[in-house]
Design a protein around this ligand. Structure first.
Ligand code: ARG
Ligand code: ASP
Length: 724
């Protein structure tokens, strides 16, 4: 038998089955289409409700109890007074923002004991889906493969805005039209956005983030990852900006909370906002990620995280300042490593190649298909060769200079408005607004800024930048610094920080307070500012245009390849990639085997929290009060066979954005809050493995126990509707 050299050890038929057929439990389904594609299967798996119970525009349905929480998490309503449940890590930034050394809610937790104590969160939104509609025909009418890209974009934009205008006319709703199946289908979403969302409660991080980044993306898990908010509305129950006169929102629907627990095989449904997946990409894409992009990103983040971690370990104040930044850097850093391992173990590149071979055979068997799709894979191949390079540059500039990079360089970038005005030769009064805005930005920045951390990070990333990025992509100011300092990166960083005044809160403050157009001279001589401007200029001149051009070409191929895959896989039920729209995933409660001879049970208990307890390890310090409650073993109605459940596993297909999603049982009752996935299955964004891909949920009984016994906030339990 012919065996391809590259570790093709899986049998061909198995590959074909796995590569082509949709696997049980895989899929993020469209709520509007459940009736057509899923409900029968769901009911076959034990679901006792109807598609209308999940999504309906004629009556209250589950979708009326689910929100997009902020811009990237999910939340669910659990009382008729607007009480909202989400993850601790979703409320994290807000909890941090309310925290000071005196009132350190991150460390000690926060519980409002009355409505007056709830804390407002400017800018935080909770978005309900009012309705969705397939608008594909109207969007794509008259457009075909010969329509040039720009023309297509323009037509789509015009049509979308007309559709949106019609949809929201005379209402307070907002709307958006989103592409599905890489632009082969379009849906309209009409939303209702609430803007007064207050913090009600959060456990201490030692519970809500128990296990921290050590346990993140792993099982067995013991994290009490929840926080509570409340949506407020005006007197007519309508969305309104924050006002002390607002009242708790009365939702159309909220979830009853089940105390019945879970057993292996039980039906589970996750209803939320998965952010993005890439299920239909060619093997070239996976190669780019695992061979080129991820290894570099992992390396640079490892260095930054090591520096932050050491400083956070040394100082409680720095721990608060860098908590959210650290969590966000670390979360993807660890996921990339898990994805790489999972993709490799599952031989995803080989599987994709086998699929591509079959696909090519199918294409070549027909003349028309050959004309339409015959060059697709070859085009991908040549495009990814060069796209890989620009994609890495694009991400790397962000890791070094911008979004995830050196803080001072990113911060300095904000001051550009002053130079812009200056060049525009404006009057002093024109500066008032930008200066005021900068004062705000600076206030927020310095709250969470510790210059020694940033100084060390700059030295570290400077070194990596030079080993990873070719010289032709060094910004001009970089080259000058290189000439001066050579490879002495610490000196380089020290020089930058000593000469710059942008890392000094009081100097920035007085600069802004005494600002006059002449001050711009002082700004443009600052080395951090100069590097920031130069890096930005270079990035927008040399990297972004090429990156965008290639990305656009790939996205055009993606659209065509998706169309072809739909034809090729005719008769199969396909689900569109996640795109931060409301989706249903269903599956069942189930443990798994991470590796030979190791079997993971489907749930964890409070006993496991105590097992992990270790006062010497920050991530594993169990609060005294929780230990006392454990010793008393007084778990009341929240226990099962004398144990207090903490987390459980199921086979639901989820991704980033699904955090905080309600996990619902066969009767439509809340049994858990989704918050993570397991290490061996985390590549499910790219390929789902039914044997290893599991979502991790917090058992709702642990949440209730903590609210009731730990926090003594039983009044919140009284608001809920418990099902015993
Ligand atoms: N891995 C989970 C998700 O992707 C949880 C992340 C928050 N926890 C953390 N340790 N950073 O969001
Ligand atoms: N933890 C993720 C989130 O924040 C969920 C996941 O990726 O499984 O949405």
């Amino acid at each position: 038998m012919f065996v391809m050299k590259r570790k093709l050890t899986v049998s061909f038929t198995m590959l074909v089955l796995l590569g082509r057929g949709l696997l049980a439990d895989e899929g993020m389904w469209i709520p509007l289409l459940l009736e057509k594609y899923n409900i029968e299967e769901m009911q076959g798996m034990g679901f006792r409700l109807t598609a209308e119970d999940v999504y309906s525009i004629n009556r209250a349905s589950m979708k009326d109890a689910v929100v997009l929480f902020g811009g990237g998490c999910t939340g669910e309503l659990i009382s008729d007074r607007g009480l909202l449940l989400t993850n601790h890590h979703c409320g994290y930034g807000r909890i941090q923002a309310h925290s000071t050394l005196e009132h350190d809610y991150l460390t000690h937790g926060f519980w409002a004991m009355s409505p007056e104590e709830e804390l407002p969160n400017p800018g935080l939104t909770a978005t309900f889906l009012v309705r969705m509609e397939d608008v594909t025909e109207r969007m794509l009418e008259g457009i075909d493969e010969n329509t040039p890209f720009r023309k297509r974009e323009k037509i789509l934009e015009e049509r979308a805005s007309a559709i949106i205008d019609e949809a929201v006319k005379g209402t307070h709703y907002t709307a958006v039209v989103k592409p599905f199946f890489q632009g082969n289908q379009y849906f309209l979403f009409v939303n209702e956005v609430f803007r007064d969302v207050r913090l009600v409660g959060a456990p201490p991080s030692a519970i809500g983030k128990f296990g921290g980044d050590t346990d993140n993306w792993e099982w067995p898990r013991h994290t009490g990852d929840f926080s509570l908010f409340r949506i407020y509305a005006d007197k007519n129950n309508m969305p309104a900006e924050y006002s002390p006169d607002n009242v708790p929102y009365q939702p159309k629907k909220f979830f009853p909370v089940s105390l019945k627990g879970v057993k292996p095989g039980d039906f589970t449904m996750v209803f939320g906002y998965p952010g993005s997946t890439a299920r239909y990409v060619p093997s070239d894409h996976i190669e780019m990620l695992t061979e080129n992009l991820y290894p570099e990103l992992i390396k640079i983040r490892s260095e930054k995280l090591a520096i932050m971690n050491a400083a956070m370990e040394d100082s409680p104040a720095v721990r608060i300042q860098y908590a959210a930044k650290n969590a966000s850097l670390s979360n993807s850093w660890k996921r990339w490593m898990g994805e790489m391992q999972g993709l490799e173990k599952m031989q995803v590149i080989d599987r994709k190649k086998v699929f591509e071979r079959e696909f090519s055979n199918w294409v070549q068997a027909d003349k028309q298909r050959t004309e339409k799709y015959g060059r697709l894979l070859a085009q991908y191949d040549s495009l990814y060769g060069i796209f890989g390079k620009y994609n890495l540059l694009y991400q790397y500039f962000n890791e070094v200079f911008f979004r995830y990079g050196s803080e001072i360089i990113l911060f300095a970038g904000n001051f550009r408005v002053l130079e812009d005005y200056w060049q525009g030769d404006s009057s002093l009064a024109a500066y008032d607004a930008p200066v005021e805005r900068l004062q705000q930005v600076a206030g927020n920045f310095f709250d969470d800024y510790h210059p020694p951390v940033d100084r060390q990070m700059f030295a570290a990333v400077a070194r990596l930048f030079e080993t990873t990025v070719e010289e032709e992509f060094y910004p001009e100011v970089w080259k000058q610094m290189k000439k001066k300092y050579g490879n002495r990166y610490s000196e380089w960083s020290d020089g930058l920080f000593e000469q710059s005044w942008l890392d000094d809160a009081s100097q920035v403050k007085s600069f802004l307070a005494g600002f006059s157009p002449d001050s711009v001279n002082k700004l443009i001589q600052d080395p951090a500012y100069r590097l920031s401007m130069d890096a930005r200029r270079f990035y927008y001149l040399r990297i972004v245009p090429e990156y965008m051009r290639l990305r656009q070409q790939i996205s055009e191929l993606d659209r065509l390849y998706m169309k072809a895959q739909i034809e090729f896989r005719e008769g199969e039920r396909l689900y569109p990639d996640a795109n931060l729209t409301l989706r249903v995933s269903y599956g069942q409660v189930m443990g798994y085997e991470p590796r030979d001879a190791v079997i993971y049970r489907h749930y964890t208990t409070l006993a496991g929290v105590m097992e992990k307890d270790d006062p010497n390890v920050y991530d594993y310090r169990v609060p005294e009060k929780l230990k006392a409650l454990y010793r008393e073993k007084d778990f009341g109605r929240y226990a099962e066979n004398g144990e207090l459940p903490v987390c459980f596993l199921a086979t639901n297909h989820t991704t980033g954005g699904n955090s905080g999603s309600p996990v619902i049982n066969a009767d439509g009752h809340l049994i858990g809050i989704n918050f993570d996935r397991v290490w061996e299955g985390v590549m499910s964004d790219l390929m789902f493995n039914p044997e290893k891909s599991r979502n991790i949920s917090l058992d709702i009984r642990y949440v209730l126990f903590l609210i009731d016994r730990y926090a003594g906030a039983g009044y919140l339990i009284d608001e809920m509707k418990l099902v015993e």
